[in-house]
Design a protein around this ligand. Structure first.
Ligand code: PEP
Ligand code: MN
Length: 338
């Protein structure tokens, strides 16, 4: 349910409501909006209906939350959530661009890429140190050494580091280096991992599972939000269909559909979404036209030599061209890149 506070409700009244909710064995999430403050109440609500919440001082009304996802729903927060990490701003009319290699491979590779993508207008640097690979024989990432190299690239450029965490026991380690924790597509329904990143206060980029519905994506986000971490970005990265001309099928209707139902920003990954470098620029532009709040794109100084995902990776010149096109599209739809 949502407890809507009166416009002039005092902090003491809000505190009283929060404590009352906790006494009922439920979890309160205070959401301060520009127009009103609400308390989204989650947990087993049976018994709470007759507990007199609507009679507490400062309470304007008590409403049910109709969506199965609660804290993620637009019903509890009308205005968009803007996620910020250093120079990376995602949402609220700003289209944040996260770019970099699929995997961190060496100091030269990551620092050179970081400088190039920053100069082209990216505000976040991606790069996997812990890689979830389909085959156990493929390159698994440089692990902690990769995180150290990402930190060096941040030092050199000021870019926010976006990197994947694949297991709950790695969250503390990755969290010491990352500005944004990426939860990958294969882990979207790894509930222990979602709870672990929900206990941190680092922004999270949550990628859609290739076989997950958007409602399942929102419910996965809910695990993170329910832990008290409200800085969640959703990422459409393509789904598995009968189609085989692209690596995955990238459904861009997801962007406006999600934005109508959630206040969380929506990022698109046209690299994994297509699997082909030639398709990345047009689909990045289409994502911006569809209203995406951010892009995450694979870029490598020499994609042919990339340790992973070379076929879908742009070179630096290709990324620059992509940014020019996206800037023009963003201007046409009243948004700003970077
Ligand atoms: C990645 O970003 O390199 C990655 C592994 O992505 P996904 O989880 O979407 O497959
Ligand atoms: Mn990749």
């Amino acid at each position: 349910m949502i407890i809507v506070m009166e416009a002039g409700a005092s902090p003491a009244a809000l505190d009283h409501v929060v404590r009352h909710v906790e006494r009922l064995g439920l979890r309160p999430h205070v959401i301060v909006g520009t127009e009103r403050t609400v308390v989204a109440v989650v947990g087993d609500e049976r018994g709470a209906a007759s507990s007199g919440l609507e009679t507490l001082p400062g309470v304007a009304s008590v409403l049910p939350i109709l969506a199965p996802y609660k804290v993620a729903s637009r019903e509890v927060r009308a205005e968009p959530t803007v996620v910020q990490a250093r120079s990376l701003v995602v949402g609220g009319g700003r289209v944040g661009v996260i770019a970099g290699p699929c995997s961190v491979e060496s100091r030269d590779q990551i620092v050179e890429t970081a400088r190039a993508v920053r100069d082209a207008g990216a505000t976040g640097l991606r790069g996997g140190a812990f890689k979830p690979r389909t085959s156990p024989y493929s390159f698994q990432g440089l692990k902690e050494r990769g995180l150290e190299l990402l930190a060096e690239a941040r030092e050199a450029t000021g870019l926010a580091i976006v990197t994947e965490v694949v297991a709950p026991e790695d969250v503390a380690l990755v969290g010491r280096y990352a500005d944004v924790l990426q939860v990958g597509a294969r882990n979207m329904q790894n509930y222990r991992l979602l709870e672990a990143v929900g206990r941190t206060r680092l922004p999270v980029l949550l990628k859609r599972g290739p076989a997950a519905t958007v409602e399942e994506l929102l419910l996965a986000a809910e695990y993170i939000l329910d832990g008290g971490n409200h800085a969640v970005m959703l990422c459409e990265r393509g789904i598995r269909t009968f189609e085989s001309h692209t690596r995955f099928t990238l459904p861009l209707a997801t962007v406006p559909w999600l934005q109508a139902r959630t206040h969380l920003p929506v990022v698109v990954d046209p690299s994994h979404g297509t699997g082909h470098a030639a398709l990345v620029e047009p689909m990045a532009a289409a994502s911006v036209a569809a209203g995406a709040d951010g892009l995450i794109v694979e870029v490598h100084p020499d994609p042919a030599k990339a340790a992973s995902d070379g076929a879908q990776t742009l070179d630096v010149a290709g990324f620059r061209r992509m940014m020019e096109v996206c800037r023009r599209v963003a201007a046409a739809v009243g948004r700003e890149i970077g």
